[in-house]
Design a protein around this ligand. Structure first.
Ligand code: BEZ
Length: 211
């Protein structure tokens, strides 16, 4: 059965460009992103992995580890990493799974045969520090991902895990947030001492509470 939000991210052991890794041990008590790309030595994937490498400090700030995957082998990954480093002016600093036997791709349903039966699509799984899946997005091979959007979602997930709020459309770190509908009006001042606005009884906003 396909994985869904709230499911525990299945654990696995895999050969990667940084050696054999147990996924849950790699995540430790932090957050994670597992993402697949169609193939090594392809242009869009080269820009994607370079972009992720350059975001190292942003992922670290969010206590988030990343791991990539394709069905290419280890030698292919190692050669391609040199190209990514050279062409994207960075150093790949995260493991890439060599999923030649498709064990992980199948576990995470990353091969969509009606799109392409030989390659993984661009799947993304964000995994919380409770090892549960918080976000699933699937992009087509022809569209490179927006990794700033993934950072934005992680900001929202980490904020809403700790406060009774949700984040509105296009929200970015630092902007006002929405008070959860479950919070009664009379409880708002104590819970959100920075103030709040009632736009409609069901739409109440407050400054981002953790700043
Ligand atoms: C790419 O990464 O450039 C790519 C991979 C598969 C299909 C189309 C583009």
């Amino acid at each position: 059965m396909a994985l869904r939000l709230g499911d525990v991210a299945p654990n696995f052991e895999a050969e990667t460009s940084e050696g054999k890794i147990n996924f849950h041990e790699y995540l430790g008590d932090g957050w994670g992103i597992l993402f697949s790309h169609p193939a090594d030595y392809t242009p869009v994937c080269t820009t994607e992995l370079g972009t992720v490498a350059k975001l190292k400090d942003e992922f670290a700030k969010r206590n988030t580890k990343v791991m990539a995957l394709s069905v290419d082998g280890l030698e292919s990954h190692k050669g391609w990493i040199k190209d990514i480093n050279e062409t994207q002016s960075t150093e790949v600093n995260f493991p890439i799974i060599a999923d030649e036997d498709r064990k992980v791709s199948e576990l995470y349903d990353m091969i969509h045969p009606n799109s392409n039966e030989n390659f993984t699509v661009r799947s993304v799984f964000v995994i919380g520090n409770d090892k549960k899946i918080k976000l699933i997005i699937t992009y087509p091979a022809s569209t490179g991902r927006n990794f700033d959007e993934l950072l934005r979602v992680i900001d929202s997930l980490q904020l809403t895990a700790n406060y009774s709020v949700a984040t509105p459309a296009n929200w970015k770190h630092g902007e006002d947030v929405v008070i959860a509908p479950a919070i009664k009006d009379e409880d708002i001042p104590a819970k959100f001492p920075k103030g709040h606005k009632v736009v409609k009884p069901y739409l109440r906003t407050t400054p981002q509470p953790d700043l």
